[in-house]
Design a protein around this ligand. Structure first.
Ligand code: CU
Length: 393
């Protein structure tokens, strides 16, 4: 063996590792509130009993594995070096020792059982969603999360949680694309975080509307797949107010990275205040789908709903060439209105179905699209028309 070469290789490897860490540290950005810290190598301990149990189990088992590793490899290297042929040793010739076989069956068995007992207790505790204070349904969509408060304080509240930064503002200035907003969190923030009270048992019920997603927040000790057509549940009880971040943890399509999770844990009073605000806002928005709306009202309402469409089709209605079609001057937007309504209800190719919007919201946004930019159909689409097509299709 050429030791000079080996030494050079080792030095290169050490340098590469160091350079890697340095570049991570220099990449800019600081610790993320409720997310990973710069140079963080360990798991977070989190703020729930389960997340702490996971942390302790992980470290404990790592120690067990390390001890076994050192004992086994130590014995092996010691034997190989001390009893090598060049020192005059000869191989033993014994065969089939029942005693040895019993020992090397029982010892690992005992170790595995000793590790399985606390791990099983934790897994069983993770699945015990009984007697929750609050139940929230979590729905995965391509590419956003929906939260519906089913029971407990705030039941009836429901909203969608989108990436806060519009698609058009995520780019590389080097490629002449628009610069992203300042700060480290423009790919982590959402417009409407999941808000829950501190020290309460929150049961989450998971499903998905299109493909499999997974709701994962390390600090809360929760990772659960959201599967279309199935209902799964999990729970957490956070003991520290704060902001906790997570991600969709199941590759779910092109914008998989654009559906981060933000959970805001509030003190009891602050949570009650938030619930009151949400209920007031909902009452203000309560729409009567049978009412006849004026075009002006529909346009005003449509402009706010369109913010969700603007993620892909842009505020200018010009879309993104090659990815998302323009609505400005589009044949469907200026053609028969039923086709336009059905497209929004059902989706097509990359365009998801928007049937989770209310009849009023769909009527308003379609009115807005048909009378904005260079589109001048002059039509005011009524919610009853959407309702009729929705029940017919
Ligand atoms: Cu997803």
């Amino acid at each position: 063996m050429d030791f000079a070469k080996l030494r050079a290789a080792c030095r290169f490897a050490a340098f590469a590792v160091l350079a890697g860490f340095t570049s991570l540290a220099l990449a800019g950005g600081g610790d993320s509130e409720g997310g990973p810290a710069v140079n963080q190598l360990n798991l977070p301990q989190g703020v729930t009993p389960i997340s702490r149990e996971i942390y302790t189990l992980n470290n404990g088992m790592l120690v067990v594995c390390l001890v076994i590793f050192i004992l086994v490899f130590g014995a092996m290297f010691y034997s190989v070096l001390r009893h090598r042929k060049s020192l005059g040793h000869e191989a033993a010739t014994f065969h089939e020792s029942t005693k040895v076989e019993i020992i090397w069956t029982i010892v690992p068995f005992v170790i595995v059982i000793a590790m399985a007992i606390p791990a099983t207790q934790t897994v069983v505790a993770m699945k015990d969603t009984t007697s929750a204070d609050l139940t929230v349904k979590v729905t995965g969509y391509q590419w956003k999360w929906g939260y519906d408060y089913l029971s407990g304080e705030g039941s009836g509240i429901g909203f969608l949680s989108n990436l806060a930064t519009p698609h058009s503002m995520i780019g590389s200035p080097e490629l002449n694309e628009p610069a992203h907003p300042a700060g480290d969190e423009y790919l982590l923030d959402v417009d409407h975080p999941l808000v829950v009270p501190v020290d309460k048992k929150i049961r989450l019920v998971f499903t998905a509307a299109d493909v499999i997603h997974a709701w994962a927040v390390q600090a809360l000790g929760v990772q659960q797949a959201a599967i279309p057509g199935y209902v799964r549940d999990a729970w957490f009880k956070a003991d520290t107010p704060g902001v906790y971040r997570g991600f969709c943890a199941q590759l779910c399509g092109r914008e998989h990275s654009a559906m981060p999770i933000v959970v805001k844990v509030l003190a009891a009073d602050a949570y009650s205040g938030w619930v009151k605000d949400q209920q007031l806002a909902m009452a203000a928005k309560a729409d009567d789908p049978n009412k006849t709306w004026t075009k002006d009202d529909l346009m005003a309402r449509g402009a706010t709903v369109y913010a969700q469409c603007a993620v892909c089709h842009q505020a200018s209605g010009k879309g993104m060439p090659g990815a998302f079609p323009a609505l400005d001057g589009d044949a469907i937007v200026n053609g028969p209105k039923d086709n336009h309504i059905l497209l929004v209800l059902k989706g097509k190719n990359q365009m998801p179905s928007w049937k989770q919007l209310s009849d009023v919201e769909i009527a308003a946004v379609i009115t807005y699209e048909r009378n904005s930019w260079s589109n001048h159909t002059g039509e005011a689409i009524q919610p009853s028309e959407v309702k009729a097509l929705r029940s017919a299709s």
